[in-house]
Design a protein around this ligand. Structure first.
Ligand code: ACM
Ligand code: ZN
Length: 558
């Protein structure tokens, strides 16, 4: 007992002797789980040599070499990756570290990184680089301070699923832009890229069995630039683009090297007009259909009364599974109007055969969507994959093993977790990065909805409303960027940065590590990094709304 008490006393003393966060140092986003300042000395990176354990895998070694190259370039000296005998910056393979965990120990004469995987190494480098001067990011800086305080950092993620989404249907973005997006995600320790590849306004993935999907479905005549509903204001300019399978593979490989799994989304049975324009026989009426030039929810959807619809879905998913190793395939399921199904003889026949009946809670047509979800889920499960669906998939009866993505607020995720399904939280009001960056909407690029300043994003807590016993079903948090009104690269990054900084703390940090005042200070450093790396971002955190150089319609435009 005495022994136990003295241990507790020691622990308390140790905790009390930890230094406060010193003002002169800069923080790391997302904030590491444990940061202890351990002494008064400083380690000089400019005089250090990088060395590493040769037992690291090739990917870890390439991350270390890349770090070494950047230092060498910035410091105009030849730093070599040697074995562990060197002093200076040492990367040590430590099997005790969990897959995404790492530690950094800075002492006067050496800096030691420990990790067991390439992701751990990458995350340690992301953290260290935020402590280095701008010169590390390629900025000319004669007076750069390359010294670091003596500090110990231990770090690991709160959630396993840390997602960022991109809609490339409403506007197409090149492979280069997508890779730049992945780079900035990895810098935030985000490990899932939800790639929304198909929608009413454009089919963006080559499917060899169905070539018309891209021949016809990837092109639209023009784009609505202002209002969603009448009178429409369109730009009169055709828009097109798709990724070849080779390009998809290059993105998947690129992401994998950054520790990011690409989760593809084929949104079904709604949001399918681009596919129907290519293969009208898959719709209830047989068309003709035209790739949509407007936004909103289309009534024309896939016809689940016809067997060839399922043949089509399976044919597409076969190629999707070939291209994407992800355990999860997102099958959409959102915003699927049932008006056509109500009138379609094939759909009604299917409803009768399945014995689906309207009851107090749901219509027969809602149960028909369940049938689609369940059938596609079984197909993917039989091929060793799992489904994610938007929270509408909860309407009716959802089969076991599905994961629900909660977007209409948090309630879908709360309900899913209570019912025993896994859930990913991506609630509209907090992490929809297509919403305005500031309250001053008249100074912001026209956006789909509502102000969502970074402070609002930062205030989200994934477990709010989730009973304790169901919290294990919350796999993580994701932010979404829908691109109805986002057409260019500068606008794209403006919408996600620096809100992605806030997102990363929701995903990575224990709630008690979150602190908006500290975070705001640390964002200043990130903005300088974005400048150095050529990313646009919002400065609304300093009360400066608006995207310089943007010449499109502004918020509040009629
Ligand atoms: C969604 O935002 N329609 C999932
Ligand atoms: Zn039908």
């Amino acid at each position: 007992m005495k022994f136990k008490l003295s241990l507790i006393a020691l622990a308390i003393m140790a905790a009390c002797s930890q230094k406060e966060y010193p003002n002169e140092t800069i923080g790391i986003i997302p904030q590491p789980q444990v940061v202890n300042y351990t002494g008064e000395g400083r380690f000089n990176v400019a005089e250090a040599v990088v060395s590493c354990d040769s037992k690291f895998d090739d990917l870890s070694l390439s991350h270390i070499a890349d770090f070494n190259n950047k230092l060498s370039y910035a410091l105009h000296k030849n730093m070599v990756v040697e074995d562990l005998q060197g002093k200076g910056i040492r990367f040590v393979l430590d099997k005790n570290c969990k897959p995404e965990e790492y530690s950094i120990e800075v002492k006067k004469d050496k800096l030691t990184v420990k990790a067991s995987t390439a992701s751990g190494v990458l995350y340690a480098i992301a953290s260290i680089s935020q402590l280095l001067p701008d010169a590390y990011f390629g900025v000319e800086q004669a007076d750069a301070d390359w010294t670091l305080p003596e500090v110990t950092i231990k770090d690991w993620p709160r959630f396993g699923y840390r997602g960022m989404h991109l809609d490339v249907s409403r506007h197409f973005f090149s492979v280069d832009v997508v890779k730049k997006y992945l780079d900035v995600m990895a810098f935030h320790k985000i490990n899932r890229f939800h790639w929304h590849l198909t929608d009413d306004q454009g089919w963006r993935i080559e499917i060899k069995k169905y070539p018309k999907l891209t021949e016809i479905g990837s092109k639209r005549d023009e784009t609505v630039i202002l209002k969603r509903f009448n009178p429409l204001v369109c730009d009169g300019t055709p828009h097109s683009g798709y990724y070849t399978q080779e390009e998809i593979r290059s993105v998947v490989d690129y992401a994998e090297n950054l520790g990011i799994t690409v989760v593809p989304e084929i949104d079904l049975p709604g949001h399918m007009i681009a596919a129907l324009a290519a293969y009208p026989e898959l719709g209830c009426t047989g068309g003709p259909y035209k790739v949509w030039t407007r936004w909103g929810v289309a009534n024309e959807v896939l016809c689940p009364g016809k067997e060839k619809t399922f043949e089509f879905i399976e044919g597409v998913l076969d190629e999707v599974m070939e291209l994407f190793p992800s355990e999860y395939i997102h099958i959409g399921g959102d915003e699927c109007p049932k008006v056509e199904w109500e009138k379609c003889p094939d759909c009604q026949k299917r409803i009768a055969e399945l014995g689906l009946k309207t009851d107090d809670e749901h219509t027969a047509e809602q149960y028909l969507q369940n049938y689609v979800t369940e059938r596609v889920q079984k197909y993917l499960n039989d091929h060793g994959r799992k489904i994610i669906g938007w929270d509408e998939v909860l309407e009716g009866k959802l089969a076991e093993g599905a994961t629900v993505m909660s977007w209409r607020g948090a309630k879908g995720g709360i309900e899913a977790a209570k019912q025993g399904y896994d859930a990913i939280m991506t609630p509209g009001g907090y992490v929809y990065f297509d919403y305005y960056q500031s309250d001053s909407v008249s100074r912001e690029p026209f956006a789909i909805c509502c102000p969502c300043p970074i402070e609002k994003t930062y205030s989200f807590e994934a477990y709010d409303g989730i009973p304790e016993e169901a919290q294990n079903h919350i796999l993580g948090v994701q932010a979404n960027l829908w691109t109805e009104y986002v057409a260019t690269e500068p606008h794209l990054f403006y919408m996600v940065l620096p809100r992605m900084d806030a997102l990363s703390e929701l995903q990575w940090c224990a709630p008690e590590r979150k602190d908006y005042e500290r975070f705001k200070k640390d964002v200043a450093r990130m903005l300088r990094i974005y400048d150095a790396l050529g990313y646009t971002y919002s400065r609304n955190i300093y009360g400066e709304p608006g995207l310089p150089g943007y010449d499109g319609p502004l918020g509040g435009s009629k």
